[in-house]
Design a protein around this ligand. Structure first.
Ligand code: ADP
Length: 262
């Protein structure tokens, strides 16, 4: 064996191990999700009293079980997204994409949720067509789904969320501003860490995994972009806040190519 062959073999072995692990996570998470969804629909039928009346106590207990089940579904979904973000098996598929189209279609998915909560999302559309960017469509969907979902989740009912999308010589800049609970000063440094949830967020919304922003950052950086936020006035005790704005940039002329499938 020559000197240059050895490191390559080790790298290959590592890639294989990682691919196997990613596969295992993916298969288990999909199976878990299928079972959890089945449980969800059975519990919904019982809670909707499709199969007969319930006592108040039965309803209360079942509601608790159903909430726990929902939390598990969120966690499993986040695990799947995280796995895809560092996907070694499927890799990233780069192609020329129109970011605004992806944004519009993700916004459409949230329509019933925002309607239910009386939240209005105001998207200030760019006046002209934006340049196409070199990106993985499915992964950018995950980015937008997480940022929009968080803005809604951490906002009060009836509030407004502002989205803007602009272009300059370097690339696209997307921002999403909410008037929600804010991010307290002392936890700002941890927000992109795996599994991290701020105390005010945990109190406000029990459903969450702390995997979303970690995944989003990985995806944005894999595209050669940046992500950051500004937030004022959030406090651990849940005091008043001026909300939070998340920003991402995505370069226009990146030369990333799709990875070979393992
Ligand atoms: P989670 O599943 O908890 O929402 P994320 O990884 O998406 O996890 O976000 C990590 C943490 O960042 C959240 O738990 C919350 O503390 C904070 N956060 C994210 N987005 C917002 C937002 N729009 N407003 C306030 N806090 C936010």
């Amino acid at each position: 064996m020559n000197d240059t062959a050895k490191p390559q073999t080790e790298v290959e072995k590592l890639r294989e191990d990682n691919a196997l692990k990613a596969d295992l996570i993916s298969i288990s998470a999909h199976q878990l999700r299928t079972s959890l969804s089945a449980i969800k629909w059975v519990m919904k039928m019982i809670l909707d009293k499709d199969v007969g009346p319930l006592t108040g106590e039965q309803e209360g207990l079942l509601k608790k079980a159903s909430d726990s089940n929902e939390r598990m579904i969120v966690l499993v979904n986040d695990l799947l997204n995280l796995n895809h973000a560092q996907d070694i098996v499927l890799g990233y598929t780069f192609e020329q994409v129109q970011f605004e189209d992806i944004l519009e279609s993700v916004l459409f998915e949230f329509m019933s949720e925002t309607k239910k909560r009386g939240i209005e999302i105001l998207f200030i559309k760019p006046e002209t067509d934006l340049s196409l960017i070199n990106a993985d469509k499915a992964k950018l969907r995950v980015v937008l789904q997480n940022l929009i979902e968080n803005a809604i989740k951490y906002s009060k009912d009836g509030s407004k969320i502002f989205i803007s999308l602009t272009e300059d010589t370097d690339g696209l800049k997307f921002s999403i501003k909410d008037n929600g609970i804010g991010i307290p000063e002392d936890v700002k440094a941890h927000i992109f860490e795996k599994f991290y949830r701020a105390p005010n967020a945990e109190r406000w919304q029990t459903v969450g995994s702390g995997l979303g922003l970690f995944t989003v950052k990985k995806i944005v950086e894999r595209h050669g972009g940046k992500i950051w936020f500004s937030s004022e006035g959030g406090s651990a005790s849940g005091g008043e806040s001026n909300g939070t704005t998340f920003y991402i940039t995505l370069p226009k002329n990146s030369t990333f190519t799709s990875e070979a499938k393992a």
